[in-house]
Write a protein that binds this ligand. Structure first.
Ligand code: C2E
Ligand code: MG
Ligand code: MG
Ligand code: MG
Length: 252
């Protein structure tokens, strides 16, 4: 019931986490991450309410809010900085996601080439023709499509061939184990070279320490994201990040 009221009460906001280009240490864009500030309970993480939003159909209006807010905010950033927006499978089933994306680009004036949509493998498991044709239509708009959390769930290499991805995001569980697990190191190396050879950008999420960054750079990973560079921040802090990029300097 609280979730139903949250949108009209203005309790949702977006935080933005920088995506770092590993060849030059510069910010290439930001991922939009939804935050709910409950009047009594305080901050509730997305993992605790996205599922409920999906079950109740509230993901429709919430998802439209996220897309529009993120595109409007990103339109005010300089240069060609990108904005990545998460979409859950329910957003493909319950309403016309293509129309929502077109609308968000329209009202914000953001160039489609600056928008990346992050989806997870669970969308593809349905093997629905509808999902595939929607993804193709989004690509035709000029929007990028990233496979989020790659390596978890039911990874199938055939998805990479069947769907028009422009980027692979290596799940943070592999990065977390990098220093202790030769298996994770082998898997990460393999994903990086697979993505690079397929002509996709490869980004590692959850980078928390310099050793992991060094490993990823040596493996040829193009981009990184994680607390080492910056935690997700509210919009008001983004201009400072872009101007001074103090978070990226920490990475050398
Ligand atoms: P995700 O898309 O894989 O986002 C990355 C998550 O990793 C974020 O958690 C981020 O805060 C966290 N993270 C970033 N760097 C690090 C790090 O160095 N270490 C660790 N341990 N974690 C790091 P968050 O914000 O709690 O979001 C969780 C998930 O909720 C997201 O995972 C995404 O699947 C979902 N989500 C967030 N915002 C939205 C949204 O607007 N719409 C939809 N449909 N889902 C969303
Ligand atoms: Mg994501
Ligand atoms: Mg992820
Ligand atoms: Mg995730």
């Amino acid at each position: 019931m609280d979730l139903r009221e949250a949108l009209s009460r203005g309790e949702f906001s977006l935080h933005y986490q920088p995506l770092i280009s590993l060849d030059n240490g510069e910010i290439s864009g930001f991922e939009a991450l939804l935050r709910w500030t409950h009047p009594d309970r305080g901050d509730i993480p997305p993992g605790d309410f996205i599922g409920i939003a999906e079950e109740t159909g509230l993901i429709g209006p919430i998802g439209r809010f996220v897309l529009e807010r993120a595109c409007r905010d990103a339109a005010g950033w300089p240069g060609d900085l990108k904005i990545a927006v998460n979409l859950s499978p329910a957003q493909f089933r319950s309403y016309d996601i293509l129309a929502s994306v077109v609308h968000a680009l329209d009202v914000s004036g953001l160039s489609p080439s600056r928008l990346d949509l992050e989806i997870t493998e669970s969308l593809l498991m349905d093997k629905s023709e509808a999902a595939l044709s929607t993804l193709r239509a989004l690509r035709h708009l000029g929007v990028g499509i990233s496979m989020d959390d790659f390596g978890t769930g039911y990874s199938s290499l055939s998805y990479l061939r069947a769907f028009p991805f422009t980027k692979i995001k290596i799940d943070k569980s592999f990065i977390k184990d990098l220093h202790s697990s030769p298996d994770s190191q082998a898997i990460v190396r393999a994903i990086v070279s697979l993505g690079n050879n397929l002509g996709m950008r490869v980004i590692a999420e959850g980078i928390e320490n310099p050793d992991d960054l060094a490993f990823l750079m040596e493996a040829g990973c193009g981009e990184g994201q994680g607390y080492l560079f910056s935690v997700p921040k509210p919009l008001k802090d983004i201009a400072g990040l872009i101007a001074g990029a103090p978070a990226t300097r920490a990475a050398g």
